[in-house]
Design a protein around this ligand. Structure first.
Ligand code: XCC
Ligand code: SF4
Length: 625
């Protein structure tokens, strides 16, 4: 790979990003794109997965000249082990987030916090019934305690299988059983992955890959699903609401606070604090017109879905949001937070506040949020933001103009309600070919690719082909900025999708939440399959992560495939050094699991690949083309 300098226009699709990239250059601020240039060319051994650092007889690098590591491990084994540890990292991220949610619910039901409440009692009781927990004649706190105990048990390995496997179609469970990949416990599968990849354990690449699938299934059907369900119980199940996206949601005349990370436990309290009339009055006293809260990445998605809080930007916008010079505080929980935000903040008056002991950043100020003090800490943080307003240098403020409108909040609960309490109208639309298929586009940005070019173009191409698109994670902001998340966007869709979405007054691209909320999509896929009496892999569905970067995104891709959903990636994970592993990923898994990965950087070609797969699935089901 040769070192090539990207122009500003090549770095991002968006005007707000380009404007801030120019300002960053002028202000002497370094961004991810600059650092990517410094890191290029990347090590080809690492990029292809052929380097191993799992013991001190190495590190080893596999080449024609040296085809085996010191221990004798070959390239296939090393690639599979590296991929295993990679997805285990992602599964751990989602699942530990899920565990924090259970701990929050537990604090509520045990009465050790007054700062959080159960907002959706009906959902808690519904879930209890689904999980076989007696709900009738018991208080919500009693039921909640049992739900917490059961969810915690999903992390160990005391259960014969994960609780939410009750949602999985019988045919899919049988496939897992036959392959020996039925996940038993979240922590168990992740720990076993670390064990298997220790020197001298699992030295059969295909076998390691199967455990990759099991580990990721534990993420999708437990860690992430628990995070989503418990967050709904604590903060409310999302319903459609209007919001706004892009950097224009930052307001020049107000105290600006950005929340960033993934878990809504901190940010939901900040929402309450910024609405406190006393704090608003304090901000006015300090010369601001008010307090403005906006989100970034998935904490932003959580708040947008449930509260309609505007979205300042996705992954690659996080540094650029600070470059506006108008952000007083950026409050973070964990995951996807670039450590560089501290440095960028120091170029202006922006302070980073960390809130979780497991995600401290040197140079940031730590305000530890615990279940019993969430309210107090949130108020403290907002006061800190108000205090910093006077430190802002108006000469260095430049905020892009013109926020884009969007509609968010499409939970499965709402979709069912909108369809009249049953999936039949959706299934009829699919059968009639008005909706030819459903594709989830999820995941990130990656500075190696023009920001959001693939995310947006893939979504546009698919809706043209009458394919309903669901978005989560950082793709949401891309779709929102492209004007795809409003009902008027049906003008860009094919005639069938136009008719169906038009009659329901919903956009052709539906925002279903944060990255852990991909569990909502798994649940929807399972509901559709169960309703039709088929396996998930029989449905005209697909997943895609065009611009992914993270271990978590790889784990999501892997659990989609293992759940029977054909999954497109814009670029491969670091596995190309092994022909065996690569072939397994893009073909072999299809025979084993009924789904595989497809790698295609061009969004237009990717849309065709997905379209063809959907055509085949429709044909096999005997549906109109
Ligand atoms: Fe992170 Fe969830 Fe990716 Fe965005 S989409 S860059 S993982 S914030 Ni999850
Ligand atoms: Fe090398 Fe084997 Fe040790 Fe890996 S585990 S570093 S391949 S000796």
């Amino acid at each position: 790979m040769t070192k090539q300098k990207q122009t500003i226009d090549e770095k991002s699709l968006w005007d707000d990003a380009r404007q801030m990239l120019r300002k960053a250059e002028k202000d002497g601020v370094e961004t991810a794109w600059d650092r990517l240039e410094q890191q290029t060319p990347h090590c080809l051994f690492c990029a292809s997965g052929l380097s191993c650092r799992n013991c001190t007889m190495g590190p080893c690098r596999i080449s024609k000249k040296a085809p085996l590591g010191v221990c004798g491990a070959d390239g296939d084994v090393i690639v599979a082990r590296n991929f295993g540890r990679f997805v285990a990292g992602g599964a751990a991220g989602h699942s530990d987030h899920g565990r924090d949610c259970i701990e929050a619910l537990q604090a509520v039901v045990l009465g050790t916090t007054q700062d959080y409440i159960i907002k959706d009692e009906a959902k808690l009781r519904r879930l209890a019934a689904e999980l076989g927990i007696v709900s009738e004649g018991r208080t919500v706190l009693e039921v909640g305690r049992d739900v917490c105990d059961l969810f915690f048990a999903n992390y160990g390995s005391q259960l014969p299988q994960l609780s939410f496997l009750c949602r999985v179609p019988a045919k899919r469970r049988e496939i897992w059983q036959n392959l020996g990949i039925t996940p038993k416990g979240v922590d168990r599968e992740i720990a076993e992955m670390m064990h298997r990849t220790h020197m001298g354990c699992d030295n059969d690449a295909a076998n390691t890959m199967l455990h990759c699938a099991r580990t990721c299934l534990a993420d999708g059907w437990a860690g992430s699903m628990i995070a989503t369900e418990v967050s709904d119980i604590l903060f409310g199940t999302p319903r459609p609401r209007k919001s706004l996206a892009n950097l224009a949601v930052i307001k020049e005349d107000q105290v600006n606070i950005l929340v960033h990370g993934h878990n809504p436990i901190v940010s939901e309290k900040i929402v309450e604090a910024v609405n406190d009339p006393a704090l608003i009055a304090l901000a006015r006293k300090k010369g601001a017109a008010g307090i403005n809260l906006a989100g970034l990445c998935c904490t932003g998605n959580e708040l947008m879905m449930r509260q309609g809080i505007p979205m300042a930007g996705n992954h690659l916008m996080t540094e650029l949001a600070i470059v506006t010079g108008a952000v007083e505080l950026i409050v973070v929980d964990y995951q996807c937070i670039m450590p560089s935000l501290v440095t960028v903040g120091n170029c202006y008056h922006t302070k980073m506040i960390t809130t979780a002991d497991k995600a401290k950043f040197s140079g940031a100020e730590h305000v530890k949020f615990e279940m019993h003090n969430g309210r107090e800490q949130a108020w403290k943080v907002v006061e800190m933001a108000i205090d910093r307003f006077s430190l802002r240098n108006p000469d260095r403020v430049e905020i892009p103009q013109g926020p884009v409108a969007l509609v968010t909040g499409f939970s499965n609960e709402f979709l069912l309600e909108a369809l009249g309490g049953t999936l039949t109208p959706l299934i009829d639309a699919i059968k009639a070919g008005k909706i030819r298929g459903v594709v989830a586009i999820v995941g990130c940005n990656n500075p190696k690719y023009q920001q959001d070019y693939c995310n947006v173009n893939l979504a546009r191409e698919l809706i043209k082909k009458d394919i309903l698109v669901l978005v989560t994670g950082c793709v949401t902001t891309a779709a929102g900025k492209a004007g795809l998340l409003v009902p008027e966007a049906i003008a860009m869709a094919g005639s069938g999708l136009q008719e169906i979405c038009g009659s329901l007054a919903i956009p052709p691209v539906l925002h279903m939440g944060s990255c852990v909320d991909n569990a909502r999509i798994l649940q929807l896929a399972a509901l559709l399959a169960n309703e039709l009496g088929v396996d998930i892999s029989d449905l005209p569905l697909a997943g895609s992560s065009p611009e992914w970067y993270s271990e978590k995104a790889a784990a999501i891709g892997m659990y989609c495939v293992a759940s029977g959903i054909y999954t497109h990636l814009g670029h491969p994970p670091n596995i190309t050094g092994s022909e065996l592993v690569t072939k397994l990923a893009v073909k072999g898994l299809d025979d084993l699991l009924g789904a595989c990965f497809a790698i295609e950087p061009d969004p237009f070609k990717a849309a065709d690949l997905i379209d063809e797969r959907i055509r085949q699935k429709r044909q096999a089901l005997g549906l109109a083309q």
